[in-house]
Design a protein around this ligand. Structure first.
Ligand SMILES: [Zn+2]
Length: 273
C-alpha cells in the first residue's frame, strides 16, 4: 500500500464459542455463525514495513494457549526479529503480548521499543485489576508483568500519553471498551491508509452487521459497542483498509455502510459478510 509493505502473521487459531456473544439470541447467533459449534478464530499480527522502519502491531500469544507461532511465521517471511524497531500493543491481553518474550523469558525483539497507551498500562498495573481477575487469568497477569519487567530493565518499554505519536509516522487512535486503554494504530494516508484495529471485533460474521453486539470479555460493553460503531463510521467514510486481530486470516479489508449495519469487503473485492 503506497510506501507501506504489510505482512500479516498468523499466530494460530483460538476456538471462540457463541456463548461469548452478548446482545444476540442463540438462534440468530447460530444462523450468522453457520452452526452451534465454536468458531476457529484467527490470531493475527501485522508487520508494517515503512521502508525505513519495521513496526509490528501486537505479538501474538504463547504455546500455553495453543497459539504462539509468530516467531516461526516471521522466520518463514524472512524477517529477522532484530530488524523490528517497535512493537505497538493494542492492549495487554495474552494473545497480543505473549509473543514478546521467548519461551526462555528473553526479549523476542531485542532491538524493539514496546509502546502502548498509558491508560492501558495504568489499568493493568492497578492492584485492583489484578484482585478482580479470576484465578484462571492470574497466569496471564504474571506473564504480562514479566514481559513489562524484561523490556523495562533494558529501557525498551514506554507507555505513551494521549495525543503522543507512538512511533515516527504512526498515529494512535484511542478505541476503549474492550479494555480501558485499547488503541488502534493508523499508518499511511488517503487511499493508502491502514488501521490496525486489534480487538475492536472478534466475530466477523456478526459485529460488522451488528456493531451493538459485544463479547463477554469486553471490560465495558456499552463503551466497546460505541467505539466500534464510531470506528466503522469513520473507516467506511475514509475507505480505510483495516486489519483485525481476530478476523479470518489475513484479516484485511474495507468496510461499507449498508441500510442496516455494515459489510466487510476483503481486499480481493469479494464481499464476505
Ligand atoms: Zn485478542
Amino acid at each position: 500500500m503506497g510506501d507501506l509493505k504489510i505482512t500479516v502473521l498468523q499466530d494460530g487459531e483460538l476456538p471462540l464459542g457463541k456463548d461469548l456473544l452478548k446482545g444476540l439470541d442463540t438462534a440468530e447467533a447460530e444462523k450468522l455463525l453457520g452452526g452451534p459449534g465454536p468458531v476457529a478464530t484467527s490470531v493475527n499480527a501485522f508487520l508494517v514495513d515503512t521502508g525505513k522502519h519495521r513496526i509490528l502491531v501486537d505479538a501474538g500469544g504463547t504455546s500455553a494457549w495453543g497459539i504462539g507461532y509468530l516467531a516461526e511465521r516471521l522466520q518463514k517471511a524472512g524477517v529477522n526479529p532484530e530488524s523490528i524497531g517497535a512493537v505497538l500493543i493494542t492492549h495487554l491481553h495474552g494473545d497480543h503480548v505473549g509473543g514478546l518474550l521467548t519461551p526462555e523469558g528473553k526479549r523476542a525483539f531485542p532491538k524493539a521499543q514496546v509502546r502502548l497507551s498509558q491508560a492501558e498500562h495504568d489499568f493493568w498495573m492497578d492492584p485492583a485489576t489484578e484482585a478482580s481477575l479470576p484465578e484462571s487469568r492470574k497466569p496471564m497477569m504474571k506473564a504480562i508483568k514479566a514481559m513489562i519487567a524484561t523490556y523495562q530493565a533494558e529501557g525498551a518499554y514506554h507507555p505513551f500519553a494521549p495525543g503522543e505519536a507512538p512511533f515516527t509516522g504512526v498515529k494512535a487512535i484511542p478505541t476503549p471498551g474492550h479494555t480501558p486503554g485499547h488503541t488502534s494504530y493508523a499508518f499511511g494516508h488517503g487511499r493508502n491508509a491502514f488501521w490496525a484495529i486489534g480487538d475492536i471485533i472478534h466475530f466477523g460474521k456478526v459485529q460488522f452487521a451488528k456493531p451493538a453486539v459485544t463479547v463477554t470479555f469486553d471490560t465495558d460493553s456499552p463503551r466497546a459497542a460505541a467505539t466500534r460503531l464510531d470506528l466503522w463510521e469513520r473507516a467506511a467514510k475514509g475507505k480505510v483498509v483495516m486489519g483485525g486481530s481476530h478476523l479470518a486470516f489475513p484479516g484485511m479489508g474495507r468496510i461499507e455502510k449498508r441500510s442496516e449495519g455494515f459489510a466487510w469487503v476483503e481486499l480481493d473485492g469479494k464481499t464476505q459478510h
